[in-house]
Design a protein around this ligand. Sequence first.
Ligand SMILES: *[C@@H]1O[C@H](CO)[C@@H](O)[C@H](O)[C@H]1NC(C)=O
Ligand SMILES: *[C@@H]1O[C@H](CO)[C@@H](O)[C@H](O)[C@H]1NC(C)=O
Ligand SMILES: *[C@@H]1O[C@H](CO)[C@@H](O)[C@H](O)[C@H]1NC(C)=O
Ligand SMILES: *[C@@H]1O[C@H](CO)[C@@H](O)[C@H](O)[C@H]1NC(C)=O
Ligand SMILES: *[C@@H]1O[C@H](CO)[C@@H](O)[C@H](O)[C@H]1NC(C)=O
Ligand SMILES: *[C@@H]1O[C@H](CO)[C@@H](O)[C@H](O)[C@H]1NC(C)=O
Ligand SMILES: *[C@@H]1O[C@H](CO)[C@@H](O)[C@H](O)[C@H]1NC(C)=O
Ligand SMILES: *[C@@H]1O[C@H](CO)[C@@H](O)[C@H](O)[C@H]1NC(C)=O
Ligand SMILES: *[C@@H]1O[C@H](CO)[C@@H](O)[C@H](O)[C@H]1NC(C)=O
Ligand SMILES: *[C@@H]1O[C@H](CO)[C@@H](O)[C@H](O)[C@H]1NC(C)=O
Ligand SMILES: *[C@@H]1O[C@H](CO)[C@@H](O)[C@H](O)[C@H]1NC(C)=O
Ligand SMILES: *[C@@H]1O[C@H](CO)[C@@H](O)[C@H](O)[C@H]1NC(C)=O
Length: 850
Amino acid sequence: MKSYIFVFCLLLSLTTGQNASGESFHIPINPGRGNWTAAYAKAREFVCQLTLTEKINFTTSTGAGSTTGYDIGIVPRLGFRGFARSDGPVGVRGTDYNNAFPAGLNVAATWDRELMYTQGHAIGMEQKGKGFNMALAPVVSPMGRNPTGGRNFEAYSPDPYLSAAAFSLAVAGMQDAGAIAVGKHFLLYEQERFRYPGNDYGIPDPDNVTMPYSANCDDRTLHELYLLPWYDAVRSGLAGVMCSYNQLNNSQACQNTRLLNDILKGQLGFPGLVLSDYGSQYSGVLSALSGLDQATPGDALHYSPNPEPGISYWGPNLTISVLNGSVPEWRIDDMVTRVMAAYYFLGQDHNYPELNAGGGFQTYGYMYPSAMLDYTQINFHVDVRDHHAGIIRKVGADSVILLKNVHATLPLKPEKIKQIGIIGQDAGPSAQGPNGYADRAGDSGTLAMGWGSGTANFPYLVDPLAAIQARALRDQTVVQYVLNNSAADAIDAIAEQASACLVFANADSGESYVSVAGVYGDRNNLTLWGDGDALIKEVAANCSNTIVVIHATGPVLMEEWIDHPNVTAVLFAGLPGQESGSSLVDVLYGDVNPSGKLPWTIAKNEKDYGTPIIPYPSGPTPQVNFTEGLFIDYRHFDKDGIAPRFEFGFGMSYTSFKYSNLVISGPSNSYSVGRPSPTRTVNGSVCASRKLNPSDYTFPATVSSITHYIYPYIASNATISTPGVPTATASIVAVQPPAPPGGDSSLYDILYTVSVDVTNNGSVAGQEVAQLYLDLGNGEPPRQLRGFNKMMIQPGETKTMVFELKRRDLSIWDVVSQAWVDVTSIGTTVGVHVGPSSRNLPLEGKIPGM
Ligand SMILES: *[C@@H]1O[C@H](CO)[C@@H](O)[C@H](O)[C@H]1NC(C)=O
Ligand SMILES: *[C@@H]1O[C@H](CO)[C@@H](O)[C@H](O)[C@H]1NC(C)=O
Ligand SMILES: *[C@@H]1O[C@H](CO)[C@@H](O)[C@H](O)[C@H]1NC(C)=O
Ligand SMILES: *[C@@H]1O[C@H](CO)[C@@H](O)[C@H](O)[C@H]1NC(C)=O
Ligand SMILES: *[C@@H]1O[C@H](CO)[C@@H](O)[C@H](O)[C@H]1NC(C)=O
Ligand SMILES: *[C@@H]1O[C@H](CO)[C@@H](O)[C@H](O)[C@H]1NC(C)=O
Ligand SMILES: *[C@@H]1O[C@H](CO)[C@@H](O)[C@H](O)[C@H]1NC(C)=O
Ligand SMILES: *[C@@H]1O[C@H](CO)[C@@H](O)[C@H](O)[C@H]1NC(C)=O
Ligand SMILES: *[C@@H]1O[C@H](CO)[C@@H](O)[C@H](O)[C@H]1NC(C)=O
Ligand SMILES: *[C@@H]1O[C@H](CO)[C@@H](O)[C@H](O)[C@H]1NC(C)=O
Ligand SMILES: *[C@@H]1O[C@H](CO)[C@@H](O)[C@H](O)[C@H]1NC(C)=O
Ligand SMILES: *[C@@H]1O[C@H](CO)[C@@H](O)[C@H](O)[C@H]1NC(C)=O
């Protein structure tokens, strides 16, 4: 068994790791990183030097396509070069000499906290190496309310606890590398369909939709499900948040004061900046007062009917809004303070690399593309890949989920396998090459990434066929293959000869600005693409040892073949990134014992999930009612007693584990009845107010303006109404960092520890993910994940796994007191269940109510 075990102690002395060759490498921790108090002090000092137009430069990007360089926060007078940002969750987007990492779904499927951190760190290093100050990642929403959600794969899991771990560790990793993590999308962005008007969603009369859909969700569900991961990420230092395209309760996410001011900046104590998704800003004054801090890309892309580049809700309009009194200047100070606090918090004032990439693969291009100005070198092709391929391969292998394995089919035993047949388009390379479709919007060849903005260019892609052939050659195994799913005769011929038939199929999805084969972002159904079910059945009819490998962006239906006696093994490999084939071979041949577990449920029927995407608009603003409340994914299956095909948390190993000896200790802390969330302080100016004279804000004669480029200056003939009382009555959060990040710190007090013994009673070493679920009563879901632990256990060895239960883990959100209430403090006895999956929980205990 290859040993990839990282030798660091997580978060404490995370300085060395091992790459695929088992050699150590250094994981540098950002040396300049500070704390929020210190960062705020520095930021305030900086902000107080600025003029109003300089401040406005920090709030508004210079426009879509305006520049390939820095596009926000440029202050020539102080030599401050500004900020550059890039997607995304699987690595730096749209450039070269970067790595293409596994999707969030694979990271979640590892259930491995070290890997969650390590992948985040590696991506952060690559962003920093290219000179991007902000990484528009990681992604935690969509969480996966709808199993067909197009972008679910970018995020982790519909379980908030697993999501919280993956999200907050990715944030910690990226930010320890020095990049500002911008977590997205805030919030309830659960479907692609109708996320903004004017898109083709494959429906008649798409123009009947005039506003983004509204996700309507009650307060308890919001806190316990969709908001939970954000608490942990803010507590881990999350410095940026991207507000989403959709509306909540019919108020746009980027101008929803309840969401941004009260909840995010108030209850969660978020000290960083909120920036808009690309065109999710729908107002000027209102978004400023409601908590938006940066407008991206600056242009208001929603001016109907024709979006005009260079026209902005902010920029000059924000300057005017201050001059006419609609936006108090201290709110502008607050915006800039939050941006600069993030900058100092991450230590970006210490030798942060200069931007060296932009505009794709080409070396030369326009610095100002939409004005076609300044043709110059825009890409310096800096190689930031380092030794991250080892991490990619390990995340890929450790996220493979073994769903079926009869007759000890896997691992493959080369001495027994004389000939391998490899079947299916998904097994091999695409004739277009790995980067042949823009933003990966195409499905040919093996699927290793979904499509949309959550993509990166592949530096190479090891497809399964290449990797299996290379391995099989070592063993003198004969390999035949057919990559054409329709070539039935050729498939039958090799299936009949092979001693093991590996059949590959996939299901793709992505972001809705582009469609693939009639899929407009969200999947239309959970069926495999390319007639995958028929392909698998064709192979199984002719081969008594059929091994199915699935690459997909989420769950797929398997009913047509899962019980077929000739289907001897099934592997779900997700979207593994550039090392796809290598990771798979590690598992197929047993160099890595599979340890991935499902981060969602695989149902027998799509309707069993109970949360379909609304296919047609219910009106000009489609209404998406989250009436199921807390009951999504396994919570729903458990409550309604629906048998899934494979339950949440399920995944097999080449060995077997026995659970014993559950011990609960505690309470280790005094109980406190739920405290209300921290209150917000509403505050005035932090800097001395200065004279507001409109002529000070017009375009300086020395600057020649670039077409379609947004500046902070107002037109010399602009009408400024008399400064008056602000017109909107939104509540506003103060400039001070609301302490402490993550909300009331007593939520994180450890009240109980639970320990269990896990014994490897098989014959090979393997990692096991033990899972702890609580039953909190009070109408809560019967089982809720509240702990997991992954350990490598040798044959015959027993390891004790310890779970820590925080006060929040035992709490529900009480909407009346607006506080987390520990249910044991109100007399509820809590059920504790531990085991290898959400439906296999052999150990039980109780935490008594008080
Ligand atoms: C944070 O920074 C402030 C100001 O520099 C300092 O007084 C404080 O001790 C620091 N806190 C921690 C936890 O390091
Ligand atoms: C604002 O930024 C632009 C570049 O985007 C720069 O040309 C201009 O000088 C800046 N304005 C101020 C007042 O610093
Ligand atoms: C779109 O609106 C028009 C005019 O109100 C109506 O006739 C048509 O049925 C609508 N189409 C759909 C798909 O709702
Ligand atoms: C949305 O409306 C529901 C029902 O009125 C309410 O419980 C919830 O707090 C609202 N959420 C937001 C973010 O306004
Ligand atoms: C200011 O906003 C208005 C809409 O409120 C828009 O029509 C106008 O073009 C904007 N001005 C600039 C300079 O972008
Ligand atoms: C102030 O200016 C902004 C931006 O142009 C505008 O939307 C707002 O209505 C103005 N307020 C007043 C009181 O005129
Ligand atoms: C592993 O790291 C060592 C030391 O940094 C390096 O020499 C070696 O090339 C790396 N191997 C791989 C496969 O990345
Ligand atoms: C795939 O096989 C089918 C059936 O034999 C054939 O019609 C088709 O041309 C083949 N496709 C390619 C790309 O060779
Ligand atoms: C699933 O959706 C695809 C389009 O994405 C369609 O071709 C196929 O017929 C659908 N299958 C089922 C079983 O509905
Ligand atoms: C299983 O495969 C064998 C060929 O090895 C075939 O004869 C048999 O019919 C297959 N079984 C089924 C149920 O298709
Ligand atoms: C959503 O809920 C609202 C308020 O209860 C209701 O009026 C509307 O019909 C619902 N919409 C859909 C599509 O279910
Ligand atoms: C201001 O002047 C510009 C030309 O410089 C003109 O296009 C615009 O209509 C004028 N606006 C007002 C409000 O007079």
